[in-house]
Design a protein around this ligand. Structure first.
Ligand code: ADP
Ligand code: ZN
Length: 293
């Protein structure tokens, strides 16, 4: 079947048309990226892109917070985002009304996880977590084969972390919290702390040692609470190749042999990078479209 996939981000909207053959094979037939301006400017462009493409359904993996409660009057809305103009935006409604096809909807990170769980490195695994470390930090969670929603949806980028011993004076970059994962370890926090963007800090080991310390602390929290069987790390900051081994070593140190499973013995298979290039979000949106039918 042919479906539309929208990866709705704060800076860009990636739209694709995907031909999917069940959960086995896929082909991205077309893909465009449209800058995220105001809803009034951007939504009509997105609708125009999908109109006339003969898609059977649309899936949207969206930045948040979003309302995922099917029985809520604001289901399908972006809710309290600070992103100008997008708070209280009925994004699902805008497409459902114009395209008159089923629309699937979830968070951007749940989308990426669903992509990995359907076509990528978490295929066949019922309990997994996908964490993106980029401009912000978020995590998608699959528990017993289902994406976790709950009261709102996980906001695992805002878990509280203990400070690195050399980072006591850093002013956390999150406007809501004074020591949270996103505020200490997302791309903008790295740039604020070290005075340069992460991409220009590759040769500074202390930067990545501290970054791994924070990422590992969050992963240990997720391991203890959710008991995932696979942990996938994506996002711009993870393009630093030295990070993954440092994170694994730090997770091992912090778990301190308390958990003794085969996964903990083989951290190189347990804590991994994204496996679908940069397509996990689009492919996840495509799965959301299939599920909406
Ligand atoms: P977004 O989160 O906006 O969707 P990304 O996942 O690409 O986009 O994350 C962007 C963030 O990642 C920026 O803060 C950027 O500085 C950082 N980043 C991008 N590439 C690298 C890199 N190679 N090394 C370290 N940080 C990077
Ligand atoms: Zn926070």
């Amino acid at each position: 079947m042919k479906v539309g996939a929208l990866e709705a981000g704060g800076t860009k909207m990636v739209c694709a048309i995907v031909e999917v053959n069940g959960r086995d094979t896929w082909e991205i037939l077309d893909e465009v990226s449209i800058p995220t301006l105001s809803p009034a400017a951007t939504l009509p462009m997105l609708v125009d892109y999908f109109r006339g493409k003969e898609i059977e359904a649309l899936g949207i993996a969206c930045f948040g917070p979003i309302d995922l409660h099917k029985d809520s009057p604001t289901y399908g809305y972006i809710t309290t985002t600070p992103k100008t103009g997008w708070a209280n935006c009925n994004i699902v409604g805008a497409f459902a009304k114009e395209l008159k096809i089923p629309v699937g909807f979830d968070t951007d990170v749940n989308g990426s996880l669903l992509g990995e769980a359907t076509f990528g490195c978490a295929k066949g695994i019922a309990n997994s977590v996908y964490i993106t470390i980029g401009t912000g930090i978020g995590a998608g969670v699959m528990s017993n084969g289902k994406l976790l929603h709950g009261m709102l949806h996980p906001e695992a980028g805002h878990v509280t972390l203990k400070r690195h011993e050399k980072d006591a004076d850093f002013v956390c970059n999150c406007p809501f919290h004074d020591s949270c994962f996103e505020g200490l370890a997302a791309g903008p926090a790295i740039a604020k702390r070290w005075g340069k963007k992460g991409v220009e800090l590759s040769d500074r080991p202390e930067v990545w040692e501290m970054e791994a310390y924070y990422i590992a602390q969050a992963l240990v929290d997720y391991i203890m609470v959710l008991s995932p069987e696979k942990i996938i790390l994506g996002g711009g900051v993870m393009h630093q190749p030295q990070l993954l081994p440092l994170i694994r070593a730090e997770v091992k140190k912090q778990v301190n042999r308390y958990i003794r499973t085969s996964q903990m013995e083989h951290l190189e298979d347990y804590i991994v990078g994204a496996s679908l290039g940069d397509d996990q979000g689009i492919l996840g949106a495509c799965c959301l479209a299939m599920e909406a039918c």
